[in-house]
Every structure is written in C-alpha cells, then in structure tokens.
Design a protein. Structure first.
Length: 133
C-alpha cells in the first residue's frame, strides 16, 4: 500500500491502546476510530505485548471490528494465535478478534534468529552485519 502511494499509519500496540483508551475516556472513541479511516493501512506493531484488562483491550477490539472488511490492518506479534488469550481478557473476544484478522489475510510466519540480537552480538564482537533486504 505504501508503494501504491496510499496513506498508512504505524503504531506500537501499547501507544495505540493508550490513544484509544484516552479517546474512550473523553467519549471521543468513535471520532478517533473514524479519523483512522483516512489511512488505508494501520500497522499495529507487537500486539503480543498488550496484556491489558478488558476495559483497555476492548478499545483495540473495537478498532479491529470497525476496520474489518473496510480498511486494512497489519498486525505483528511474536506469539502464535493460540497464545493470544494472554492479550484479550476472554476466549470469546480472542476468537472474535483473530477471526476478523485472519479472514481475507496473508499470514507471514518468520522463523529464525532475531535480527536485533544478531546486530547486538555483532557490535559486541566488532563484526559488521548487513541490514535485511
């Protein structure tokens, strides 16, 4: 989408949850979610680090439901779906969120060592490491 010159927005998951939570507290959640519609793609990075109570996670679920079949979401996680019960407070919310995310999606599974860990090890040893292409 970025290469197609469409507007995209990147959020670390915790920052997005905080933004949505603040909007909900001020009764502006629908407005903020609507404003996110100007982006063809919203990237939610590291969703597996969101381990919140139901009030906090519910705003993320509302965004997922709102964008479902309307606009694109790209979600990164270092946890498989079977462990997402740690993110959402109930099994039914987890199933509903995953169901909406995987319908019409492309799942890219990446296995291997962390590039960040390789780079840190290279700095310690003095070796250079090329960025991924």
């Amino acid at each position: 989408m970025i290469e197609q010159d469409q507007a995209c927005r990147f959020f670390p998951a915790t920052a997005l949850v905080q933004l949505l939570q603040k909007a909900k507290a001020s009764y502006e959640l629908p407005t903020v979610i609507q404003k996110l519609d100007r982006y063809s793609l919203v990237v939610i990075d590291d969703i597996s680090y969101v381990r919140r109570n139901e009030l906090e996670t519910s705003v993320l679920f509302e965004l997922i439901c709102h964008r479902y079949e309307r606009k694109s979401l790209l979600v990164t996680s270092n946890q498989p779906f079977r462990e997402w019960d740690e993110i959402f407070p109930s099994g039914s919310m987890t199933v509903a969120a995953v169901d909406r995310l995987v319908h019409h999606c492309h799942i890219v599974g990446i296995k291997g060592d962390s590039y960040r860990q390789k780079a840190a090890a290279a700095r310690v040893s003095g070796d250079a490491i090329d960025p991924p292409t």
